[in-house]
Design a protein around this ligand. Structure first.
Ligand SMILES: [Zn+2]
Length: 163
């Protein structure tokens, strides 16, 4: 089987919450795509319950696109400790961490249920499994710990102020 970088990462050594660059790949025409590890909780110590994670996923889909150019996809890890973020280009981990902190701040402080996109049977594959209360609680906890732009050394960024 092909070797996958994420499985070679020592998950006991990292210090969440953090943003980590997993890989940058260049296509045949020179376009660059970056894949980031947005680790919200410490692996094997915690995991975000599915309803809260699902609501965070739906909200990050729009909030990160408002803050970062070239977002292709942001999808939760099966282990429920964070998300993959795939973007065109090569933004710094600081820039991504700021956008993530700012997005979580908006979820914690401003988001109402009516703001959550895709909460009916037409627009989501499991629309009953959502919790904005849980999403807000987890956003608050993650922000309290701070989001580092480095997985090994704590370099906590501030939420981008412009929003
Ligand atoms: Zn959904």
């Amino acid at each position: 089987m092909a070797e996958v970088e994420s499985f070679a990462l020592d998950h006991t050594k990292v210090k969440a919450p953090y943003v980590r660059l997993i890989a940058q790949e260049e296509g045949p025409k020179g376009d660059v795509i970056s894949n980031f590890d947005l680790r919200l909780v410490q692996p094997n110590q915690n995991a975000i319950p599915t309803a809260g994670l699902h609501t965070i996923e739906h909200l990050l889909a729009g909030l990160l696109r408002d803050r970062l150019d070239g977002v292709i996809d942001c999808s939760p890890f099966g282990c429920r400790t964070g998300f993959h973020l795939i973007v065109w280009g090569a933004p710094s981990t600081e820039k991504v961490a700021q956008a993530l902190a700012s997005s979580l701040t908006e979820i914690r402080d401003q988001t109402k249920w009516a703001d959550v996109p895709g909460t009916d049977k037409y627009s989501c594959g499991n629309f009953k499994d959502h919790s904005l209360t849980s999403a807000k609680e987890w956003a608050a906890e993650i922000l309290e710990q701070g989001i580092s732009s480095d997985p090994d050394v704590r370099k906590v960024v501030s939420a981008e102020p412009a929003y």
